[in-house]
Design a protein around this ligand. Structure first.
Ligand SMILES: NC(=O)c1ccc[n+]([C@@H]2O[C@H](COP(=O)([O-])OP(=O)(O)OC[C@H]3O[C@@H](n4cnc5c(N)ncnc54)[C@H](O)[C@@H]3O)[C@@H](O)[C@H]2O)c1
Length: 325
Protein backbone atom coordinates (compact mmCIF):
# COMPACT_ATOMS: atom_id res chain seq x y z
CA UNK A 1 0.00 0.00 0.00
CA UNK A 2 1.57 3.37 -1.02
CA UNK A 3 2.42 5.63 1.89
CA UNK A 4 0.01 8.37 2.86
CA UNK A 5 0.70 12.11 2.36
CA UNK A 6 -0.53 15.14 4.29
CA UNK A 7 -0.59 18.64 2.78
CA UNK A 8 -1.21 21.85 4.74
CA UNK A 9 -2.56 24.72 2.68
CA UNK A 10 -4.25 22.06 0.52
CA UNK A 11 -7.00 24.36 -0.76
CA UNK A 12 -4.55 27.01 -1.91
CA UNK A 13 -3.04 27.63 -5.33
CA UNK A 14 0.01 25.36 -5.09
CA UNK A 15 -1.32 22.99 -2.42
CA UNK A 16 -4.35 21.99 -4.50
CA UNK A 17 -2.13 21.11 -7.49
CA UNK A 18 -0.03 18.90 -5.17
CA UNK A 19 -3.17 17.22 -3.84
CA UNK A 20 -4.27 16.36 -7.39
CA UNK A 21 -0.79 15.11 -8.30
CA UNK A 22 -0.56 12.70 -5.36
CA UNK A 23 -4.13 11.45 -5.86
CA UNK A 24 -3.29 10.75 -9.52
CA UNK A 25 -0.34 8.69 -8.24
CA UNK A 26 -2.77 6.52 -6.25
CA UNK A 27 -1.74 7.91 -2.86
CA UNK A 28 -3.95 8.52 0.18
CA UNK A 29 -3.95 12.29 0.79
CA UNK A 30 -5.03 14.29 3.84
CA UNK A 31 -5.49 18.00 3.15
CA UNK A 32 -5.43 20.55 5.97
CA UNK A 33 -6.72 24.09 5.43
CA UNK A 34 -8.81 26.75 7.15
CA UNK A 35 -10.02 28.25 3.82
CA UNK A 36 -8.81 31.71 4.80
CA UNK A 37 -7.37 32.07 1.27
CA UNK A 38 -7.86 28.68 -0.35
CA UNK A 39 -11.12 27.66 -1.98
CA UNK A 40 -13.32 24.58 -2.18
CA UNK A 41 -13.34 24.96 -5.97
CA UNK A 42 -9.57 24.33 -5.98
CA UNK A 43 -10.37 20.97 -4.34
CA UNK A 44 -13.38 20.20 -6.55
CA UNK A 45 -11.88 17.07 -8.06
CA UNK A 46 -10.14 15.91 -4.85
CA UNK A 47 -13.37 16.13 -2.86
CA UNK A 48 -14.86 13.51 -5.23
CA UNK A 49 -11.98 11.10 -4.57
CA UNK A 50 -12.35 8.48 -1.82
CA UNK A 51 -8.58 8.58 -1.19
CA UNK A 52 -8.82 12.26 -0.16
CA UNK A 53 -9.61 13.36 3.40
CA UNK A 54 -10.10 17.02 4.30
CA UNK A 55 -9.33 18.38 7.77
CA UNK A 56 -10.76 21.89 8.05
CA UNK A 57 -8.54 23.34 10.75
CA UNK A 58 -6.83 26.58 11.74
CA UNK A 59 -3.22 25.46 12.13
CA UNK A 60 -2.37 28.68 13.99
CA UNK A 61 -4.63 27.53 16.83
CA UNK A 62 -2.61 25.95 19.67
CA UNK A 63 -5.33 23.30 19.95
CA UNK A 64 -4.91 22.25 16.30
CA UNK A 65 -2.19 19.60 16.80
CA UNK A 66 -4.33 17.72 19.30
CA UNK A 67 -7.36 17.92 16.98
CA UNK A 68 -5.70 16.37 13.90
CA UNK A 69 -5.23 12.66 13.33
CA UNK A 70 -2.35 11.99 10.92
CA UNK A 71 -1.85 8.35 11.83
CA UNK A 72 -0.13 6.51 8.95
CA UNK A 73 1.16 9.66 7.25
CA UNK A 74 4.73 9.18 6.00
CA UNK A 75 5.34 12.59 4.45
CA UNK A 76 3.95 16.05 5.23
CA UNK A 77 4.09 18.99 2.81
CA UNK A 78 3.73 22.25 4.72
CA UNK A 79 2.35 24.99 2.47
CA UNK A 80 -0.12 26.79 4.75
CA UNK A 81 0.93 30.42 5.21
CA UNK A 82 -0.21 33.97 4.72
CA UNK A 83 0.33 34.75 1.04
CA UNK A 84 -0.59 38.46 1.20
CA UNK A 85 2.76 40.13 1.90
CA UNK A 86 1.42 43.74 2.09
CA UNK A 87 -1.28 42.62 4.58
CA UNK A 88 1.46 41.07 6.73
CA UNK A 89 3.43 44.32 6.59
CA UNK A 90 0.41 46.30 7.75
CA UNK A 91 -0.30 43.85 10.59
CA UNK A 92 2.62 41.75 11.87
CA UNK A 93 0.23 39.42 13.70
CA UNK A 94 -0.90 37.96 10.37
CA UNK A 95 2.47 36.40 9.50
CA UNK A 96 3.24 35.55 13.12
CA UNK A 97 0.07 33.52 13.15
CA UNK A 98 -0.44 32.12 9.65
CA UNK A 99 3.21 31.83 8.54
CA UNK A 100 5.06 30.99 11.78
CA UNK A 101 2.60 29.44 14.25
CA UNK A 102 1.27 27.19 11.51
CA UNK A 103 4.84 25.87 11.14
CA UNK A 104 5.26 25.36 14.90
CA UNK A 105 2.02 23.40 15.11
CA UNK A 106 2.82 21.43 11.96
CA UNK A 107 6.09 20.40 13.62
CA UNK A 108 4.10 19.17 16.63
CA UNK A 109 2.14 16.97 14.22
CA UNK A 110 5.35 15.68 12.62
CA UNK A 111 6.68 14.69 16.07
CA UNK A 112 3.41 13.30 17.40
CA UNK A 113 2.81 11.01 14.42
CA UNK A 114 6.46 10.10 13.74
CA UNK A 115 6.27 11.51 10.21
CA UNK A 116 9.48 10.68 8.35
CA UNK A 117 9.76 13.66 6.01
CA UNK A 118 8.68 17.32 6.02
CA UNK A 119 8.72 19.34 2.77
CA UNK A 120 8.49 23.08 3.39
CA UNK A 121 7.44 25.87 1.00
CA UNK A 122 9.89 28.66 1.69
CA UNK A 123 10.65 31.72 -0.37
CA UNK A 124 13.15 34.16 -1.86
CA UNK A 125 11.80 36.65 0.72
CA UNK A 126 14.10 35.11 3.37
CA UNK A 127 17.04 36.88 1.62
CA UNK A 128 15.60 40.39 1.90
CA UNK A 129 17.09 42.79 -0.64
CA UNK A 130 20.49 41.21 -1.42
CA UNK A 131 22.13 42.58 -4.60
CA UNK A 132 23.99 39.44 -5.73
CA UNK A 133 22.70 36.39 -7.59
CA UNK A 134 21.20 34.28 -4.82
CA UNK A 135 22.23 30.74 -4.01
CA UNK A 136 21.46 28.44 -1.09
CA UNK A 137 24.37 29.89 0.95
CA UNK A 138 23.84 33.61 0.24
CA UNK A 139 23.54 35.95 3.17
CA UNK A 140 23.21 37.74 5.46
CA UNK A 141 19.58 36.64 5.74
CA UNK A 142 17.85 39.89 6.63
CA UNK A 143 14.27 39.77 5.36
CA UNK A 144 12.50 43.09 4.69
CA UNK A 145 8.93 41.81 5.17
CA UNK A 146 7.24 40.11 8.11
CA UNK A 147 6.35 37.34 5.67
CA UNK A 148 10.05 36.74 4.86
CA UNK A 149 10.98 37.00 8.53
CA UNK A 150 8.40 34.39 9.59
CA UNK A 151 9.43 32.05 6.74
CA UNK A 152 13.05 32.36 7.92
CA UNK A 153 11.97 31.71 11.51
CA UNK A 154 10.05 28.68 10.23
CA UNK A 155 13.18 27.34 8.49
CA UNK A 156 15.03 27.71 11.82
CA UNK A 157 12.30 25.95 13.80
CA UNK A 158 12.26 23.10 11.27
CA UNK A 159 16.03 22.71 11.45
CA UNK A 160 15.94 22.53 15.25
CA UNK A 161 13.10 19.99 15.19
CA UNK A 162 15.09 17.73 12.85
CA UNK A 163 17.70 17.44 15.59
CA UNK A 164 15.23 16.48 18.29
CA UNK A 165 12.78 14.37 16.26
CA UNK A 166 14.97 12.79 13.57
CA UNK A 167 12.87 13.35 10.43
CA UNK A 168 14.16 14.57 7.04
CA UNK A 169 13.42 18.23 6.19
CA UNK A 170 13.48 19.51 2.60
CA UNK A 171 13.27 23.28 2.30
CA UNK A 172 12.26 24.65 -1.10
CA UNK A 173 12.81 28.36 -1.67
CA UNK A 174 10.31 29.26 -4.39
CA UNK A 175 10.58 32.26 -6.75
CA UNK A 176 7.27 33.76 -7.95
CA UNK A 177 4.98 30.94 -8.97
CA UNK A 178 2.21 31.38 -11.57
CA UNK A 179 -0.55 29.28 -13.10
CA UNK A 180 -4.20 28.34 -12.89
CA UNK A 181 -5.99 28.34 -9.49
CA UNK A 182 -3.96 31.35 -8.34
CA UNK A 183 -5.42 32.96 -5.21
CA UNK A 184 -3.18 36.05 -5.28
CA UNK A 185 -0.24 37.61 -7.13
CA UNK A 186 0.34 40.00 -10.01
CA UNK A 187 -1.61 38.02 -12.63
CA UNK A 188 -4.55 37.42 -10.32
CA UNK A 189 -4.70 41.09 -9.26
CA UNK A 190 -4.28 42.72 -12.68
CA UNK A 191 -6.35 40.25 -14.72
CA UNK A 192 -8.96 40.26 -11.95
CA UNK A 193 -9.38 44.02 -12.29
CA UNK A 194 -9.70 43.77 -16.08
CA UNK A 195 -12.31 41.02 -15.80
CA UNK A 196 -14.37 42.89 -13.19
CA UNK A 197 -14.45 45.83 -15.61
CA UNK A 198 -15.43 43.57 -18.52
CA UNK A 199 -18.21 41.92 -16.50
CA UNK A 200 -19.53 45.37 -15.55
CA UNK A 201 -19.62 46.00 -19.32
CA UNK A 202 -18.22 49.53 -18.98
CA UNK A 203 -14.63 48.24 -18.73
CA UNK A 204 -11.90 50.20 -16.94
CA UNK A 205 -10.22 53.39 -18.15
CA UNK A 206 -6.71 52.12 -17.50
CA UNK A 207 -4.82 49.44 -15.63
CA UNK A 208 -3.14 50.74 -12.48
CA UNK A 209 0.19 48.98 -11.82
CA UNK A 210 2.15 49.40 -8.57
CA UNK A 211 5.71 50.71 -8.97
CA UNK A 212 7.47 51.94 -12.13
CA UNK A 213 7.37 48.56 -13.90
CA UNK A 214 11.14 48.01 -13.80
CA UNK A 215 10.95 45.33 -11.07
CA UNK A 216 12.53 42.15 -12.47
CA UNK A 217 12.05 38.69 -10.90
CA UNK A 218 12.12 35.04 -11.97
CA UNK A 219 8.74 33.34 -12.54
CA UNK A 220 8.06 29.62 -12.55
CA UNK A 221 4.96 27.86 -13.82
CA UNK A 222 3.29 25.77 -11.09
CA UNK A 223 3.72 22.60 -13.20
CA UNK A 224 7.49 23.14 -13.25
CA UNK A 225 7.49 23.89 -9.50
CA UNK A 226 5.77 20.57 -8.76
CA UNK A 227 8.15 18.68 -11.06
CA UNK A 228 11.15 20.28 -9.32
CA UNK A 229 9.90 19.55 -5.79
CA UNK A 230 9.12 15.95 -6.65
CA UNK A 231 12.53 15.52 -8.28
CA UNK A 232 14.23 16.94 -5.19
CA UNK A 233 12.20 14.78 -2.83
CA UNK A 234 13.20 11.69 -4.85
CA UNK A 235 16.92 12.51 -4.98
CA UNK A 236 17.98 14.85 -2.15
CA UNK A 237 19.88 13.35 0.76
CA UNK A 238 20.76 14.38 4.31
CA UNK A 239 18.65 15.12 7.36
CA UNK A 240 18.04 18.71 6.18
CA UNK A 241 18.53 20.09 2.71
CA UNK A 242 17.60 23.34 0.97
CA UNK A 243 17.08 24.07 -2.74
CA UNK A 244 16.35 27.22 -4.70
CA UNK A 245 13.80 26.41 -7.40
CA UNK A 246 13.57 28.65 -10.44
CA UNK A 247 13.89 29.00 -14.21
CA UNK A 248 17.29 29.32 -15.86
CA UNK A 249 17.02 32.99 -16.74
CA UNK A 250 17.31 36.36 -15.05
CA UNK A 251 13.57 36.91 -14.85
CA UNK A 252 11.05 39.18 -16.51
CA UNK A 253 10.07 42.78 -15.75
CA UNK A 254 6.68 43.96 -14.56
CA UNK A 255 6.38 45.99 -17.78
CA UNK A 256 6.84 42.78 -19.82
CA UNK A 257 4.24 41.00 -17.68
CA UNK A 258 1.76 43.87 -18.14
CA UNK A 259 2.34 43.76 -21.92
CA UNK A 260 1.57 40.02 -21.94
CA UNK A 261 -1.60 40.56 -19.89
CA UNK A 262 -2.88 43.40 -22.06
CA UNK A 263 -2.14 41.51 -25.31
CA UNK A 264 -4.21 38.54 -24.11
CA UNK A 265 -6.97 40.18 -22.06
CA UNK A 266 -7.45 43.82 -23.05
CA UNK A 267 -5.64 44.97 -26.22
CA UNK A 268 -5.43 48.77 -26.36
CA UNK A 269 -6.03 49.34 -22.63
CA UNK A 270 -3.41 51.78 -21.31
CA UNK A 271 -1.29 50.87 -18.26
CA UNK A 272 -0.74 53.53 -15.56
CA UNK A 273 2.30 53.03 -13.32
CA UNK A 274 2.12 54.48 -9.81
CA UNK A 275 5.92 55.06 -9.83
CA UNK A 276 8.75 54.20 -7.47
CA UNK A 277 11.16 51.28 -7.62
CA UNK A 278 9.10 49.07 -5.28
CA UNK A 279 5.51 47.93 -5.70
CA UNK A 280 4.83 48.13 -1.96
CA UNK A 281 6.65 48.26 1.38
CA UNK A 282 8.46 44.93 1.77
CA UNK A 283 8.58 44.29 -1.99
CA UNK A 284 12.01 43.15 -3.22
CA UNK A 285 12.15 44.86 -6.64
CA UNK A 286 14.71 42.56 -8.26
CA UNK A 287 16.37 39.31 -7.49
CA UNK A 288 18.05 36.57 -9.44
CA UNK A 289 18.45 32.91 -8.52
CA UNK A 290 21.34 30.57 -9.20
CA UNK A 291 19.75 27.17 -9.78
CA UNK A 292 23.13 25.41 -10.11
CA UNK A 293 22.49 23.13 -7.10
CA UNK A 294 19.16 21.99 -8.57
CA UNK A 295 20.73 21.51 -12.03
CA UNK A 296 23.47 19.39 -10.45
CA UNK A 297 20.72 17.19 -9.00
CA UNK A 298 19.48 16.69 -12.57
CA UNK A 299 16.50 19.06 -12.95
CA UNK A 300 15.96 22.17 -15.08
CA UNK A 301 12.75 24.07 -15.78
CA UNK A 302 10.86 23.35 -18.99
CA UNK A 303 9.70 26.98 -19.34
CA UNK A 304 11.48 30.34 -19.17
CA UNK A 305 10.00 33.14 -17.04
CA UNK A 306 8.36 34.63 -20.18
CA UNK A 307 6.89 31.30 -21.28
CA UNK A 308 5.57 30.65 -17.75
CA UNK A 309 3.92 34.07 -17.70
CA UNK A 310 2.37 33.65 -21.16
CA UNK A 311 0.86 30.28 -20.24
CA UNK A 312 -0.32 31.45 -16.82
CA UNK A 313 -1.94 34.60 -18.26
CA UNK A 314 -4.12 32.39 -20.48
CA UNK A 315 -4.97 30.06 -17.57
CA UNK A 316 -5.80 32.79 -15.04
CA UNK A 317 -7.83 34.79 -17.61
CA UNK A 318 -9.85 31.71 -18.60
CA UNK A 319 -10.64 30.98 -14.94
CA UNK A 320 -11.52 34.52 -13.90
CA UNK A 321 -13.74 35.03 -16.98
CA UNK A 322 -15.98 32.14 -15.89
CA UNK A 323 -19.32 33.30 -14.53
CA UNK A 324 -19.49 32.98 -10.70
CA UNK A 325 -21.28 29.79 -9.66
N1 LIG B 1 2.75 31.53 -4.95
C1 LIG B 1 4.00 31.99 -4.86
O1 LIG B 1 4.47 32.71 -5.75
C2 LIG B 1 4.87 31.61 -3.69
C3 LIG B 1 6.18 32.09 -3.67
C4 LIG B 1 7.00 31.74 -2.58
C5 LIG B 1 6.51 30.91 -1.57
N2 LIG B 1 5.21 30.49 -1.62
C6 LIG B 1 4.71 29.67 -0.53
O2 LIG B 1 4.04 28.53 -1.04
C7 LIG B 1 2.97 28.17 -0.18
C8 LIG B 1 1.68 28.06 -0.98
O3 LIG B 1 1.43 29.34 -1.57
P1 LIG B 1 0.17 29.62 -2.46
O4 LIG B 1 0.59 30.57 -3.51
O5 LIG B 1 -0.47 28.35 -2.85
O6 LIG B 1 -0.72 30.44 -1.42
P2 LIG B 1 -2.28 30.26 -1.06
O7 LIG B 1 -2.64 31.44 -0.23
O8 LIG B 1 -3.06 30.02 -2.29
O9 LIG B 1 -2.28 28.94 -0.19
C9 LIG B 1 -2.02 28.95 1.20
C10 LIG B 1 -3.11 28.13 1.86
O10 LIG B 1 -2.86 28.12 3.28
C11 LIG B 1 -4.11 28.24 3.94
N3 LIG B 1 -3.88 28.77 5.28
C12 LIG B 1 -3.40 30.00 5.62
N4 LIG B 1 -3.38 30.15 6.95
C13 LIG B 1 -3.83 28.97 7.47
C14 LIG B 1 -4.07 28.51 8.79
N5 LIG B 1 -3.85 29.32 9.86
N6 LIG B 1 -4.55 27.26 8.97
C15 LIG B 1 -4.80 26.45 7.90
N7 LIG B 1 -4.62 26.84 6.63
C16 LIG B 1 -4.14 28.08 6.42
C17 LIG B 1 -4.93 29.17 3.07
O11 LIG B 1 -6.32 29.05 3.27
C18 LIG B 1 -4.49 28.74 1.67
O12 LIG B 1 -5.35 27.74 1.15
C19 LIG B 1 2.90 29.23 0.91
O13 LIG B 1 3.59 28.75 2.05
C20 LIG B 1 3.66 30.39 0.31
O14 LIG B 1 4.26 31.20 1.29
C21 LIG B 1 4.38 30.81 -2.65
Amino acid sequence: MPESIAITGAAGFIGSHLVDYFLAQGRMVTGLDNFSRGTRSNLASALQNSRFRLLEVDLADPLAPAACDLDGVAELWHLAANSDIPAGTADAAIDRKDTFLTTCHTLELVKRFGIKRLCFASTSAVYGDLPQTLDEDSGPLWPISNYGAMKLASEGAISAAVESAGFQALIFRFPNVVGGRATHGILYDLIGRIVIGQKARGGIADLEVLGDGSQRKPYLHVSDLLAAMLHISAHASGPRNCYLIGPQDDGITVREIVAAILAECAPGLPARYTGGARGWVGDVPRFQYSVAKLAALGWTASMSSSQAIERAVREVYAELKQPCS
